[in-house]
Design a protein around this ligand. Structure first.
Ligand code: PCA
Length: 325
């Protein structure tokens, strides 16, 4: 019995030695600049995987949309052009409303609430992604979204006709409902868009305004705290199925660390970057009571519209989230 076991062990060792794992390089496209905290988190995740797998899988990140632009990253992963990548979750709201659970105005407006919403939405989202040949690895929220303008705005009437940079369906809809003119522009290109007058406003985090130095063109940031949209990291499911269990474990471990570190960075970065906007010369203020009330009403309209589009799955997410409050 003893001898047989030893033979098996030797055979197993020989088999491993005879077929060493092929080292693979995974290119990982990112839409945002290298200086952005999501990109810094992804770079560390990449290093963690490279080290943890002993170089079996080495991940190289490509920030600023240099390999694929934000809008093309998910498709590139689905079709196997790249094995892994990061994208703004709500960027796919036009495919399936579920992707927009994080951009429902005023549903979850703090990090704690965004975390609760994430926990209840995650299983549904994982299923939607799995049907698209994608496996979810981790997700990190952006800081709360506020409104940027070139000129002072105290009510929705002041927004009429303003050119507005949007980044997903919800932001385009917000522009429509406030009488603004939406134009979709990737974060990597907004400094240029504001400098040349292609857009004069946007809804985004202090982090993105800071990264893109928007004080060079814009003058006002209103802390509306409309929602906290998320980025997520996905891997092609065929590539995932072909990955050894040992390497999968390493990747899952690195993903958990990255999610934790990314959340922490996002929180820390909120105050730091909003201060950075002030230092850059911008007026940072809460919205006027009028604007606040008008935005709440628009938010209610958008919530109804999202629930209509997201059907039973969307309603279940919102109900489960409200039950946690
Ligand atoms: N920054 C990204 C998405 C949300 C955010 O805070 C952007 O503006 O594109």
């Amino acid at each position: 019995m003893k001898i047989q076991t030893n033979i098996l062990v030797v055979a197993a060792i020989t088999a491993t030695a005879a077929a060493p794992a092929m080292a693979e390089k995974w290119d990982m496209p990112l839409a945002y600049s290298a200086s952005n905290f999501h990109s810094a988190t992804a770079a560390e995740f990449g290093k963690c995987v490279t080290t943890g797998t002993g170089g079996d899988i080495s991940i190289e990140t490509h920030p600023s949309g240099s390999l694929f632009k934000g809008g093309d990253i998910k498709r590139a992963i689905q079709t196997g052009q790249v094995p892994i990548g990061e994208r703004l979750l709500s960027g796919h709201q036009n495919e399936n409303a579920i992707f927009g659970f994080d951009s429902v105005p005023f549903l979850a407006t703090s990090f704690d609430d965004a975390d609760k919403l994430w926990k209840v939405a995650k299983p549904t989202l994982e299923k939607v992604l799995e049907d698209q040949n994608l496996t979810l690895l981790y997700s990190v929220p952006w800081p709360p979204q506020g409104l940027y303008f070139r000129n002072e705005v105290n009510s929705v009437a002041d927004m009429k006709g303003v050119k507005f940079r949007s980044y997903n369906n919800a932001t385009s809809r917000l522009a429509e409902l406030t009488g603004m003119l939406p134009v979709t522009i990737e974060a990597a290109e907004i400094s240029q868009a504001f400098a040349t007058g292609v857009a004069d406003s946007m809804v985004s985090s202090g982090a993105t305004g800071y990264d893109r130095k928007v004080w060079e063109s814009l003058n006002y940031f209103y802390e509306v705290d409309a929602w906290l949209p998320r980025n997520y990291i996905m891997v092609n499911s065929d590539v995932w199925a072909g990955t050894s269990d040992a390497n999968k474990n390493v990747i899952r471990g690195c993903a958990e660390l990255a999610e934790y570190a990314g959340n922490w960075r996002s929180k820390e970065y909120t105050g730091f970057t909003v201060q950075g906007l002030t230092n850059g010369g911008m007026t940072v203020a809460p919205p006027s009571d009028t604007l606040k009330a008008e935005l709440k009403a628009i938010g209610a309209t958008m919530t109804t519209e999202w629930l209509d589009a997201a059907g039973a799955d969307g309603a279940a997410i919102v109900e489960a989230y409200k039950a946690m409050q």
